[in-house]
Design a protein around this ligand. Structure first.
Ligand code: SF4
Length: 312
């Protein structure tokens, strides 16, 4: 196939793709399959990526949204997003053999919110109420009354709490670093004694990938983010690219989803991948460009070197 231009520049920021929590969660499912044999049940998508899920399904993992779909006594893995205490209790009632693949950084947020509740604090959770991570986080303190989920500057400006001087916040790990900082700044100005991590709970991987995409956004006429539509950190990467100078940005599952019409006349393209997207998808994307264009100029832009691993 011939392209619309003979030459194109591809900007590849680093870090991109798999984070330590995702690598750990996938390895847990693979090891469980080896050790116990198929089927292994996984509550919710282990990580939010279509290709990862398809590959684990092919190896014998069965993904369910509700534990009622798991036969009594079966080996069951909780996804990297974490679960509430009610899910753990249900798993015990059904005598399931639990393996917990919750990311240690999400687990840290769980511990934090439990501490706040034990201290009878007003609790603010910054994040999307329908996201499984937030459901799991608030599920640590089921029934706690003085808890407020907010997700915008307006929410931060208008929220009223019971204990203005005894208040704490936690955040979802995969939000926009800049938007969340603005929300936290408003909360700090309204509630000067608010407790919370100085740098929010947004994880190192989300932070670094957003930093890296910012480094190439302005020179990219279009940015392609590999990741699934239900991946929060991948969506944030697309939005971060747009907010930082990219004229166009698309979130795509793989090279097959590229809208070539949108790339007509474009010669500078940024490519990154969300924390749950495997690197082979980036390789395939580059190969697709190589097949379409006469000359590909690849520019690697390393912003942060990551060396984070979580033990299983
Ligand atoms: S994005 Fe961050 S919090 Fe989520 S699994 Fe990866 S390291 Fe853990």
């Amino acid at each position: 196939m011939t392209g619309t231009s003979s030459s194109i520049h591809l900007y590849l920021p680093e870090p991109r793709g798999f984070c330590a929590g995702v690598r750990r969660a996938i390895a847990i499912v693979e090891q469980a399959l080896q050790q116990y044999g198929a089927p292994i049940y996984v509550r919710h998508e282990i990580v939010h990526n279509k290709h990862v899920i398809q590959s684990l399904k092919a190896k014998g993992a069965v993904f369910v949204e509700d534990l009622s779909a798991v036969p009594e006594g079966s080996v069951t893995i909780f996804s990297a997003h974490g679960v509430g205490q009610n899910v753990i209790a249900e798993a015990h009632t059904r005598h399931l053999q639990i393996i917990d693949a919750t990311c240690p950084l999400v687990e840290k947020v769980h511990q934090q919110i439990i501490k706040y509740a034990a201290a009878q604090m007003s609790i603010i959770v910054i994040g999307k109420s329908s996201h499984p991570e937030i459901i799991g986080t608030i599920g640590q303190i089921q029934g706690y009354q003085d808890l407020h989920i907010i997700n915008s500057l307006h929410d931060a400006e208008t929220i009223s709490v019971k204990h203005k001087n005894n208040i704490g916040f936690v955040t979802q790990t995969t939000l926009s670093v800049d938007d969340t900082q603005a929300i936290v700044d408003v909360l700090k100005s309204r509630f000067p004694n608010i407790h919370g991590l100085q740098k929010k709970d947004i994880c190192y991987a989300t932070t670094n990938r957003q930093k890296a995409i910012k480094a190439i956004a302005a020179q990219s006429e279009c940015v392609l983010i590999l990741g699934s539509q239900n991946s929060s950190n991948s969506k944030q990467l697309r939005d971060t690219a747009l907010k930082n100078g990219a004229k166009l940005a698309f979130l795509i599952d793989d090279a097959g989803e590229i809208s070539w019409d949108s790339l007509q006349g474009i010669q500078h393209i940024g490519i990154s991948a969300g924390a749950s997207a495997p690197e082979y998808l980036v390789d395939e994307l580059i190969k697709t460009f190589q097949q379409r264009y006469d000359k590909i100029n690849i520019h690697h832009v390393t912003v942060v070197k990551e060396n984070v691993n979580f033990k299983i």
